[in-house]
Write a protein that binds this ligand. Structure first.
Ligand SMILES: NC(=O)c1ccc[n+]([C@@H]2O[C@H](COP(=O)([O-])OP(=O)(O)OC[C@H]3O[C@@H](n4cnc5c(N)ncnc54)[C@H](OP(=O)(O)O)[C@@H]3O)[C@@H](O)[C@H]2O)c1
Length: 305
């Protein structure tokens, strides 16, 4: 499978590009970006070609991997799907449900394969733990609750995402929210209702109600104070209380597994479990949270003395 990387930022270069260049069974044809010099620099790092015309790149590959701001990704991925190219997407696929729906429709109509790279779900430490959690739930009964805290520190000196415009604009809800939901959605029934409140800066605290009556909560931010970033998650139910383990693999190793999942989906013609339809489900939850946060009457005021 011949791949092109769409995007020239830190993640595009150090994860998508690095993993594709290292993968023994695929070819990295080149990078596409809107800035000629940055595209050339990314391509030179991997000894591959630089494209500033998207159609030129689409004409040279079988698949694209996208590392672009979400709403740019949604539109560019749609063009790639219409051109018949398979899609290795990053999270979230959009920050707008209509754009996510349009991408789902294009993927369906043009019969291309899709996989969303959800970092945690491509790490054996995490997938092994999820398997154990599913076994415990099958034996003892469904999980009843969980807390999921995902916090980045983009204000820390040297953080590679400090200048990322979409992160500054959309905050942790849209950047770390997909990671938290990637675990939630593996273990809990569909999210049917949401409510949420704000914290400092971009911080958002979310309550999720699930179809089977379970309730989970998310604490999301990108601007945690220095030294307080990181993620943790705990679930509980009749099968006990359990903490999500740390993973020890690299994002590049995980990305190579995602490449293999896309190749398998393209070869079989069947959908991957983490395809664009699954990715759209995450956008639906996050968009509902955003809608709730925008309501002037969303919270009951506490009388102050
Ligand atoms: N799974 C993970 O753990 C993980 C980690 C990091 C990132 N990601 C994902 O990777 C994706 C990209 O994130 P990022 O941090 O790389 O974002 P970013 O730094 O904000 O932007 C990345 C790239 O997008 C380009 N860009 C911005 N607007 C554009 C436009 N209108 N047309 C074409 N290119 C445009 C920028 O190009 P210029 O150089 O021309 O400005 C830059 O190269 C996101 O989906 C993010 O969630 C995932």
């Amino acid at each position: 499978m011949r791949f092109g990387v769409l995007g020239t930022g830190h993640w595009a270069r150090t994860t998508h590009g690095a993993a594709l260049a290292a993968h023994p069974d695929v070819e990295l044809v080149g990078f596409w970006g809107r800035d000629r010099d940055r595209t050339r620099a990314a391509a030179d790092e991997r000894g591959t070609a630089a494209f500033t015309d998207l159609d030129d790149l689409l004409g040279s590959v079988d698949a694209v991997s996208l590392a672009l701001p979400p709403d740019v990704q949604a539109q560019v991925a749609l063009r790639a799907a219409v051109a018949g190219r398979h899609l290795l997407l990053d999270k979230p696929i959009a920050t707008d449900l209509r754009r996510a729906d349009a991408l789902v429709e294009a993927v369906r109509r043009h019969g291309v394969a899709s996989v969303e790279y959800l970092t945690y779900l491509f790490q054996p430490d995490v997938t092994g733990w999820l398997d154990r959690m599913r076994d415990l739930a099958a034996e003892h009964g469904p999980w009843e609750g969980g807390v999921f805290r995902w916090a980045g520190t983009i204000d820390a000196p040297g953080n590679p995402y400090g200048a990322s415009a979409w992160r500054r604009e959309r905050g942790g809800l849209w950047d770390t929210g997909p990671h938290a939901l990637s675990i939630v959605r593996e273990l809990f029934a569909d999210v049917v209702r949401v409510s949420a409140g704000r914290g400092p800066r971009d911080a958002v605290n979310v309550a999720l109600e699930h179809a089977d009556g379970a309730g989970t909560s998310l604490s999301l931010t990108l601007t945690a104070p220095a030294g307080t970033g990181g993620s943790f998650a705990t679930v509980w139910g009749p099968g006990g209380r359990h903490d999500l383990p740390r993973f020890h693999g690299t994002p590049q190793e995980g990305f190579e597994r995602a490449v293999d999942r896309l190749r398998a989906a393209a070869a079989s013609g069947g959908p991957d479990a983490l395809d664009v339809v699954h990715a759209r489900g995450t956008v639906a939850v996050l968009a509902a949270v955003e809608e709730h946060l925008a309501r002037p009457d969303r919270a009951t005021a506490v009388p102050q003395p």
